[in-house]
Design a protein around this ligand. Structure first.
Ligand code: C2E
Ligand code: MG
Ligand code: MG
Length: 665
């Protein structure tokens, strides 16, 4: 090329190549960069095309002949490589910076958005306050609670007051409850870092507070129910046990001198029946109050149920304890009270037991003291616990359970003991209940009848006897077996029941039995209780045709005047009197007088419990017309009685009972 072209022409052609970079840039980096490249190359291009020799200005021409070439090459390099490189470097750095700034701006934007979401859309009321508690920002919930947008001046002040008082108190505790217009708000504060603002969060916890308070109330109620009696509102036995343990623990050296005393008003049942439970409860509360007020005797006291109070006391000996109860406590408690214009004097019964093994056996000692209380009577009101007595009490209780079952399941039987005329003819029968098939063997009526009375089963038992007798009589009537009256023992409790007569008639009617076939055996005590009522009932019964006899006459304090007052058909002289007539002349005289009295009053007499011929002869000689006893016949089962009637008729005189060899049936 150099052969045809001059240097300057070559340079001009070469300078054309300066635009290869902008072309490449156009292809690779876009038109903007290409344009910049193009512009950058304008200066060297211009210099080369116009053959402007810069070496002339610098004086380099003198030392270097091709200096202008080198300068052109340097310009080319400078404009096409160094400047673009510098520009590229700078633009990359700027781009990077720009990216970082954009990223952090985006992050901040998102964070702000998130914060706004938390703040504005939070279900909690939120306030942003400055150091003085002035509200600077609030969310929708806060506006709903404090109505900050409406009537803002007043509401702001009210809220600032809350914040102010809260801010003072919350140094240690960042959570606090405040009441605002009847709403309970839980306030939490969170200072915004590196600012003078604090965010206050308000949570409505009215429901939670109500729940908590009702939970507390129910907890207290549960505690009250556990340790306090519902009816009287007095501390109960559980409380008493805990309190006793606590007291005894404090003085272990005296632990064997502690006694638990259980007491009750002797007439409480009467007051309860007459005036109702409410009055009886008031009475118990008053007594409890008195116990807590008496000084130096009682350590602690409580109501242990069933109208009984218990207290813990210290005493050197049981005698000393009884002395203290007798001389200090009884006179203090036994005041005169007025109920419905009537004056009553309280009398109390006590049972006690010593704590032997300290605090652990409080429950059993209390139960023993309560057991001892059962033995107390007005005549001997203070009773200490005795194992034997309580054993018999337990037995009695267990028998009562079995008896109740036996009555329900018709396990009792009726035996009949003949009553005989002087010539040995059966003139009547006495129905005697037998419980031969009890799970613990045969039990005597002398045992189970008092239990039936005590445990409220005597009405059912008597009902069973009357029903069975009527049923039997109706069978015998139908079979023409016996027409003699049957005597039924009636307890004092039965006789005083208002429906006694109606029930009796009901059974008679059901089995078509005449009242003339029934004799009612009452004890004197049955007549003592409610004399006017008894008199009227006896008259009515007699008018219906029932015969009435007084059983066990001569036992205890027999009231002769009562015999004259009441319409009595028969008097049954007790066995205790009969078995002495043969040995004791004075008893014989007594029997003579009674028989004379009965003759005068037109009352027939029956000698009960005749066991020997001698007894029978003496009583016969004294004028007695009716006899009953093992000498003639044991009480017989229906089957035995029927067999006898079939075999010997109503004659029991031929029965030569070898009395010594028979055992009680
Ligand atoms: P009670 O009514 O005086 O009956 C007479 C008791 O004396 C009967 O005792 C009878 O078996 C017994 N006895 C009869 N003759 C003799 C005799 O010669 N020697 C001896 N040692 N005893 C004789 P039981 O059956 O054990 O009844 C005792 C008491 O139980 C009865 O005395 C009566 O008060 C009561 N009882 C019995 N059954 C009933 C009943 O169904 N209802 C009620 N309320 N009490 C009844
Ligand atoms: Mg009897
Ligand atoms: Mg009797």
């Amino acid at each position: 090329m150099n052969l045809f072209l001059t240097d300057i022409e070559l340079a001009k052609i070469g300078s054309m190549f300066m635009y290869t970079c902008p072309v490449i840039a156009l292809i690779l980096l876009g038109y903007k960069t290409a344009l910049v490249y193009g512009l950058l190359n304008v200066i060297p291009y211009y210099l080369i095309v116009n053959n402007i020799d810069l070496s002339l200005y610098s004086g380099v021409q003198h030392q270097l002949s091709n200096a202008h070439k080198i300068i052109h090459e340097l310009l080319f390099l400078f404009f096409n490589i160094c400047i673009p490189l510098a520009v590229a470097r700078t633009s990359i750095a700027a781009k990077r910076l720009n990216d970082t700034t954009l990223r952090s701006a985006k992050f901040l934007r998102e964070k702000n958005k998130l914060y706004r979401t938390f703040f504005t859309e939070s279900s909690k009321a939120m306030l942003v306050c400055d150091l003085q508690g002035k509200v600077c920002d609030f969310n929708y919930q806060a506006d709903t609670v404090f109505t900050l947008s409406k009537n803002s001046a007043n509401n702001h002040k009210a809220v600032e007051k809350i914040i102010g008082s809260f801010a003072k108190q919350n140094a240690d505790n960042p959570v606090k409850l405040v009441d605002y217009k009847g709403v309970c708000l839980q306030v939490t504060s969170k200072p915004i870092p590196q600012s003078q603002y604090t965010v206050y969060e308000f949570t409505d916890c009215t429901v939670e507070r109500e729940l908590k308070s009702s939970l507390l109330k129910s907890k207290n109620e549960i505690k009250r129910l556990r340790f306090f009696d519902k009816k009287t509102n007095l501390p109960n036995k559980y409380w008493f046990e805990l309190k006793c343990k606590e007291i005894i623990k404090k003085r272990p050296s005296q632990k064997h001198q502690y006694y638990i005393v259980v007491l009750k008003d002797a007439d409480n049942e009467y007051y309860q029946m007459k005036y109702g439970n409410d009055l009886s409860n008031i009475d118990i509360s008053n007594t409890y109050q008195q116990l807590t007020e008496i000084k130096g005797l009682i350590e602690c006291s409580a109501y242990i149920g069933l109208n009984r109070l218990a207290f813990l006391t210290l005493a050197p000996s049981p005698i000393e304890l009884e002395n203290r109860i007798e001389s200090q406590l009884k006179p203090y408690l036994e005041s005169v009270v007025e109920i419905e214009n009537k004056q009553y004097k309280h009398s109390f019964l006590f049972g006690y037991e010593r704590l032997t093994s300290g605090e652990d056996d409080i429950t059993s000692v209390m139960n023993n003291a309560a057991m001892a209380l059962k033995q107390s009577r007005k005549i001997s009101p203070i009773h200490s616990y005795s194992k034997l007595e309580s054993q018999s009490f337990i037995e009695k209780h267990e028998i009562s359970i079995l008896l109740s079952e036996a009555i329900k399941n018709n396990e009792l039987e009726i035996y009949y003991q003949p009553k005989l005329s002087s010539c040995g003819q059966c003139v009547g029968l006495e129905a005697l209940t037998r419980w031969n098939k009890s799970p613990i063997g045969g039990i005597s009526p002398a045992v189970f009848i008092p239990i039936a009375e005590e445990y409220g089963m005597i009405d059912d038992l008597t009902d069973f006897v009357i029903r069975s007798v009527c049923q039997q009589l109706s069978k015998w009537n139908a079979n023409k077996l016996s027409t003699v009256p049957v005597a039924i023992n009636i307890s004092l409790i039965n006789f005083n029941r208002k429906d006694f007569m109606s029930k009796l008639i009901e059974h008679l009617t059901k089995y078509n039995v005449s009242p003339k076939q029934i004799e009612l055996e009452l004890t004197e005590t049955a007549l003592e209780e409610n004399q006017e009522y008894s008199l009227n009932l006896m008259k009515t019964l007699q008018a219906w045709g029932f015969a009435i006899s007084i059983d066990d006459f001569g036992v205890g304090y027999s009231n002769i005047s009562r015999i004259a007052e009441f319409p009595i058909d028969k008097l049954k002289l007790d066995r205790s009197l009969i078995n002495k007539v043969s040995t004791c002349p004075r008893q014989r005289k007594l029997a003579t007088v009674i028989l004379f009295m009965c003759k005068e009053l037109d009352i027939s007499c029956v000698a009960e419990g005749i066991e020997t011929k001698e007894q029978k002869d003496i009583m016969l000689n004294l004028g007695c017309q009716e006899f009953q006893g093992f000498y003639f016949s044991m009480p017989l089962s229906t089957l035995d009685y029927e067999q006898h009637i079939k075999q010997f008729g109503t004659n029991f005189a031929n029965q030569n009972s070898p009395i010594d060899s028979v055992s009680t049936v």
